[in-house]
Unconditional design. Structure first.
Length: 146
């Protein structure tokens, strides 16, 4: 399957101020998360989005699910570039480019993180608090009818 990497335009793209943003779709959830991004010698943009930061922001927003749109802002004052998958054999990335989920236990319960492609083939993340399953403590066994 062919892959497409993000390649910069221009001879020397700005790097010092290049930022990866994870922006919650619902503005009342909180501010975008921002992390430095750098261009590798091979022309691939790299950034680290710490899972713990997503979990903390997800719980602070108080929603069952938070959708995070991912962008790369190449320089201060410039419009962010949507991270997307283009140039392959299918125009419907959502159905063909599936990524594994990740579950993390927190003090507030378990959260599932799922990267996915939107209908517009843009990369997004979903954080969802999973329902808790009651653990049987055996107390029902003590209630014997006489």
């Amino acid at each position: 399957m062919p892959t497409t990497d993000v390649e910069p335009t221009g001879a020397n793209p700005p790097q010092a101020s290049t930022i990866l943003t994870a922006t919650p779709r619902e503005p009342d959830v909180g501010a975008p998360l921002e992390y430095p991004a750098s261009l590798s010698p091979g022309g691939i943009w790299r950034a680290i989005l710490p899972v713990q930061h997503l979990l903390t922001a997800h719980h602070a927003g108080g929603k069952e699910q938070t959708i995070w749109d991912l962008h790369l802002r190449l320089a201060s004052g410039h419009q962010p570039v949507t991270l997307a998958r283009i140039g392959a054999d299918s125009s419907d990335r959502k159905a063909t480019d599936l990524r594994p989920d990740m579950e993390r236990s927190t003090t507030d319960g378990t959260v599932r993180l799922r990267p996915y492609y939107t209908v517009g083939n843009n990369l997004a993340l979903s954080t969802r608090t999973l329902p808790t399953t009651p653990i049987a403590d055996g107390s029902a066994d003590d209630a014997v009818a006489s």
